[in-house]
Design a protein around this ligand. Structure first.
Ligand code: GLP
Length: 251
């Protein structure tokens, strides 16, 4: 695993955007696994800037997002489709029909999940999966539990996740209780994984995930078993990592 420790959120975002940009230049028809939440917002700003400056071309890129709230339509401003449109897709030349997100409006969970697994398979595989990290160690919406869920599934969101995500909604009751998310196997099949973490409040969980035992009680801990993970964090989030004297280290 490669770890980059950056000064702050801005520097973290730039580093992560550099890694994504390098892939897009090397492989213009790459498949990007994308994420929502506050962690990747700065990355998307950087990517939009680079596109506007003429340095990036999204015309042949395909994207598959990790997750979507069940019951929200794409034009609901709390849906992840809306998030992706407003933070990235509307501002670059990606073809909307090449951007995939689970269908939150499909009431039949099995149908929604099967369809999404099929979409992921049809892309030919994710070249780079971007991930944030929930405070309880969730990735996508894979919550802590007794087993690692393999493929796209419908989850009941953990109380802590509802609590953390209520800041985006008017009131806590508005936060959907369920979501569709890629499973751990879908994520682990990505050729590379890029995890971004910032802020003091992530310090404990990021240490637990990457330095602790591999367990489905900390879903992100499985990433220790992936052969190509890049962790980009700011100093606050990475403060519990020993030997991070220089700004990059291999583990
Ligand atoms: C949400 C998303 C995750 C995201 C996590 C962390 O629950 N489903 O994909 O990584 O929150 O969010 P943030 O980056 O805002 O801390």
């Amino acid at each position: 695993m490669k770890i980059y420790c950056e000064k702050d959120y801005q520097a973290m975002s730039r580093k992560a955007a550099n890694i994504i940009s390098a892939l897009m230049i090397e492989k213009p028809d790459c498949v990007l696994g994308l994420a929502t939440g506050s962690s990747p917002v700065g990355i998307y700003e950087q990517l939009v800037k680079r596109y506007r400056e003429g340095d990036l071309d999204f015309s042949r890129v395909t994207s598959v997002n990790l997750d979507e709230y069940k019951g929200l339509s794409g034009d609901n401003d709390q849906s992840y489709r809306y998030f992706m449109d407003t933070h990235l897709f509307n501002h670059v030349n990606i073809r909307k029909e090449h951007t995939y997100i689970p269908n939150g409006l499909e009431p039949d969970s099995q149908k929604a999940c099967d369809a999404y697994n099929e979409i992921i398979r049809n892309t030919g595989g994710i070249d780079l999966q971007l991930l944030g990290l929930g405070h309880n160690g969730h990735i996508g919406f894979n919550e802590p539990g007794p087993v690692f869920e393999k493929e796209t599934h419908c989850v009941d969101l953990a109380a802590r996740t509802i609590e953390a995500n209520k800041r985006f909604f008017e009131k806590e009751e508005d936060v959907p209780r369920q979501a569709y998310t890629m499973g751990i196997q879908n994520i682990m099949m990505a050729r590379r994984i890029l995890v971004v973490v910032s802020g003091e409040d992530k310090a404990d969980i990021v240490a637990k995930a990457f330095l602790g035992p591999v367990t489905p009680e900390v879903p992100a801990s499985i990433l220790q078993m992936h052969r190509s993970v890049i962790l980009v964090g700011d100093e606050k989030a990475l403060q519990k990592f020993p030997n991070l004297k220089q700004n990059i280290c291999e583990q």
